[in-house]
Design a protein around this ligand. Structure first.
Ligand code: CP
Ligand code: NVA
Length: 311
């Protein structure tokens, strides 16, 4: 079996491909195009979702294609049925699949047995579709050329921040992340972001000091302290992350008028205060909207239909 191209990790996209996908996403947003008639996407989800599910379905509608949603109670990936069997069965029905699951090793195993492209719709380790939508949003607000523009993430070194820093450093941004000592990005992501920053002419800083990360930043981003699957750690995390809340005192260190970002869902009063969330410079709902166009671009690209997209 010849292995198709998958998107399991943000690191699988070269900087050139990342820029290309962002251009495609912008083109599709300007002018939706029915370039995938008769194609089918399966959404195989083992965790809850609002944005990812809806935006994939709407993206496929815009492309003239169909979607089938398989909810967390249905398939029992690796429980009711072996991962390798599920992957081979789904590939006999549809053209592309987006998988939301727990460990990255699950989606990697799934992809090894999939003869159709697999998209990471969130794992414990990464959220590449979110990162593309986030960078599309930043391009809309800061300009298409993001080189030298600054972005600070404050919070957990988790799936969202991993994909974010890998994607943003590829574009030559000045990227900073502040996390508590036990919640730093994994070593491979630190190395990848550092390498990408060096190659793109950007910068990358990982620190435990939120003020250092946020100082002068043009955009400030946070995510939940407790991700899906970590619920038993919630009380411990509230203590460990207390100094990492995105509140007005912290945002005061950013550039005046800095954009506020969150991938959602948000827990107001935990990682972000209500006033910061609702501030006039919030671009949080633009991020949510742009999921549609980022994912439309990814699906078109992985199915080899990208050349049909008109600028
Ligand atoms: N941001 C995001 O992926 O949202 P959902 O979990 O609701 O899909
Ligand atoms: N880090 C969060 C992101 C949700 C979109 C989680 O994994 O639950």
């Amino acid at each position: 079996m010849e292995s198709p191209r998958h998107l399991l990790s943000s690191a699988q996209l070269t900087p050139e491909e990342t820029l290309y996908l962002l251009d495609l996403a912008a083109a599709l947003k300007r002018r939706p195009q029915r370039i995938l008639p008769g194609k089918h996407l399966a959404l195989l989800f083992e965790k809850a979702s609002l944005r990812t599910r809806v935006s994939f379905e709407i993206a496929m509608d815009h492309l003239g294609a169909h979607t089938m949603y398989l909810d967390p109670r249905e398939v029992g990936l690796g429980e009711r049925e072996a991962i390798r069997d599920v992957a081979r069965v789904i590939a006999r029905y549809v053209d592309i699949v987006a998988v939301r699951t727990y460990g990255q090793t699950i989606i990697e195993e799934y992809a090894r047995f999939s003869s159709i492209p697999v998209i990471n719709a969130l794992t414990d380790e990464e959220h590449p579709c979110q990162a593309l939508a986030d960078l599309l949003t930043l391009r809309e607000h800061l300009g298409t050329d993001l080189r030298g523009h600054s972005l600070a993430f404050v919070g957990d070194g988790n799936n969202v921040s991993t994909s974010l820093v890998i994607t943003a450093t590829a574009l030559g941004m000045d990227v900073r992340i502040a996390s508590p000592p036990r919640y730093q990005l994994p070593e491979w992501a630190l190395v990848e972001a550092q390498t990408r920053a060096r190659n793109s002419g950007g910068t990358f800083l990982a620190t435990t000091d939120p003020v250092e990360a946020v100082r002068g930043a043009e955009a400030v981003y946070t995510d939940v302290w407790t991700s899906m699957g970590q619920e038993r750690e919630a009380e411990r995390r509230k203590i460990d992350f207390a100094a990492y809340q995105l509140n007005s005192a912290l945002v005061a260190h950013a550039k005046p008028g800095a954009f506020i970002m969150h991938d959602l869902p948000a827990h107001r009063g935990e990682e972000i205060t209500d006033d910061v969330f609702e501030s006039p410079t919030s671009i949080i709902f633009d991020q949510a909207e742009n999921r549609t166009w980022a994912q439309a671009a990814v699906v078109a690209f992985l199915l080899g239909a990208d050349r049909a997209i008109q600028p």
